[in-house]
Structure formats: C-alpha cells, structure tokens
Design a protein around this ligand. Sequence first.
Ligand code: 5AD
Length: 365
Amino acid sequence: MNNLNNIDEILAKSELNFDDMLTLINLTKQSDLEKLYSAAYATKTKYVGKKAYYRGLIEFSNICVKDCYYCGIRKSSAQERYSMAKDEILAMAMWAYKNNYGSVTIQSGERQDAAYCEFVADIISEINQATNGNLAMTICLGEQSEEVYQKWFDNGATRYLLRMETTNPSLYKKIHPNTPLHSFDNRKNCLLTLRKIGYQIGTGVMIGLPEQTPEDMVNDILFFKENDVDMIGMGPYVVHKDTPMGQTADDSTFAQVARFNFGLKMIAITRLLLKDVNIAATTALQALHPLGRELGLQAGANILMPIITLQEYRHKYQLYDNKPCIDDTPEHCKSCLTNRVESVGDKVGFAEKGDPPHFLKRLVA
Ligand code: 5AD
C-alpha cells in the first residue's frame, strides 16, 4: 500500500484527509521520510519563509499545583523549588530584547492563587513598558480564569500557549490524576476563552506517550485545524525517571528513536495540513537526538525557543531527563542556535516578532 507512487500522490494533494495522514504518520523507510520532510519544508518556504524566529524561554518558577504523571516538576516530586524575583525576570527579558529576540515565552509551574496572578500581571506590564511594546510575550502559564487571562492580555501579553498534552480525552485521563484540577474539558474551554479574548493561541501535545496510537496523533493534528490555532508547540514525550509514568514507560533506544521520529513526522504533517501557522522545533527533540532541532526545522518547523533562564535555576526546571542546555548561558544558547539555524539554510528573524501569517489573515478578515 505505502508504495512510492502512493506517497507521491498524497504529498501532491492540497488538502490531506485522515487516511492520508495516517499513511504518513506510519512511514518508516528513510527514503519515504525524506520525501515527507522535503514536502513539508517546501510548504514552510512557501507560506512562512525560510526564517526561524526566536522565543527566549524564561522558566521563572518550578512551583506547581498540578501532579501530571509525566512531568518532572509535578507537585509530588522531590524537586527543590524556586521562584525568581521580579528584577531577575525583567533582566532576562531585557537581555532578550537587547539581543534582538523578537519575543519571549514566559513559563512556570501552574498556580492560580491571587498573589501569583498579580505578580505575573505586574511582570507583563513592566516588560511591556520597558520595551515600548516591542517585545512580544507568549504566556505559558496553564489554566486560569477568564478574568486573569483578560488582565494579562490588557497588560500587554498577546500570545498564549496552552498545550492540550493529548486531544484524546480518555488518554488525557490516564496521564493525569482524576481530580477537578486536571480536567480535559476545562483545558479545552480555556483555549476557547483565550481565543475569545483575542490572544494569538497556541497548543500542542506530547508525542509517543504510552498507549497513544498513530490515530490519536492524526486526531491531534485535526484538532489543531478545527480549533484554528496560530501556533503549535509539540514534542516527543521524554521519560523523567522520578515520575509515575517514567517508572513504567519503555525507555529503550528503540522507543526513543520511535518517539523522535513521530515527533518529526507530526511537525511535517502539521505543516502540510495547516500551512501558514508557526510550529516550534522544541527542546524535547534535542533531548532525544543531538541534531533534533535542526531536523525539526528541516521537517517544517520555524520557531525555536532558546532557554534564557538564568543558569543557576536551569537544573531545577527539568521537565524530563537529559534536558539539553542546562549548563549553558543565554549567550551560548544564542550563538549555538544561530549556527544550527544557518546549517539548514534558514535565517534567524532577529528583531522581528514573527507573527504567523495565519493570525495576520484573521486580523484583516
Ligand atoms: N516529556 C516531554 N514533554 C514534557 N512536558 C512535561 N513533561 C514532559 C515530558 N516528560 C511538557 C508538557 C508541558 C510543557 C511545559 O512541557 O507538554 O505542557
């Protein structure tokens, strides 16, 4: 069935259907994979250009109220906790601004208490003022009330990344504790609320979770399309040994390679279907392969998230084992990544916010 002609025919289509995507996600032969990635790279070139944009990643606290079974900073983990001071966070954002990063991503463990929400609101307005609104901020702080989302938006945040983790509700239940804090429906509603407020919205999933099927992955991509998202941040599941999932998940080289390849195939198929959105080549790809992010760019991604978290905190924000760059400085990450981007023939969009054409089209529509 998966003969070359069939794959050529699928890749020549302007709109893929479920079966086409299922064929593509199941490809394993290197020559087929190369066809898939070069088709996705051509789509990226046509719709968003051969440019990679940086979102400097600020991981300002690992305190988390959630207990997700896969995550290294889950509430029950023995990880020592930290929370940065306002001036440290502002200094990192200014570093990004002065180094011509068009945007930063502000991430932490999840909290909903009022003091935290106020703290974040202040950070957002201080960064906005200090950069005259010229540094785009992506907020990646989980599920919040509509009022909080609105306040952060009013203070100057324009983009929100809320990964669904998986779009299959029954798989979602298996990878989270069964409590109201970990509700699939609430997470999905949050995404809809963010859209209503006017954020550029991003979502994503983990790829290669135990019990996740290729059909689930295709449905994830269809979910991105149906919910008209502007950006995608997704990456392979990477085992963290001190978590309930990490203790039982297959972490053989074979399993790691399969997850990595599914990660690249997901990027490529998402690019082919959604075309003009932003797609990140995430750090998790590099945790499984030294050239993970370059290969992500070649498979159709156009966003990189260099970690700019101060070095002293990096080893405490380990969502998974072997997280790369934890011994690096922001300066090192910048030059290392820029070389990586140029090695695949792309350019870095320095000093540009890098809004996805998909979002800009909606603004004028
Ligand atoms: N492997 C890969 N990604 C993970 N995340 C959390 N734990 C892991 C893991 N073990 C991702 C989740 C979360 C993001 C901040 O990190 O998708 O949304």
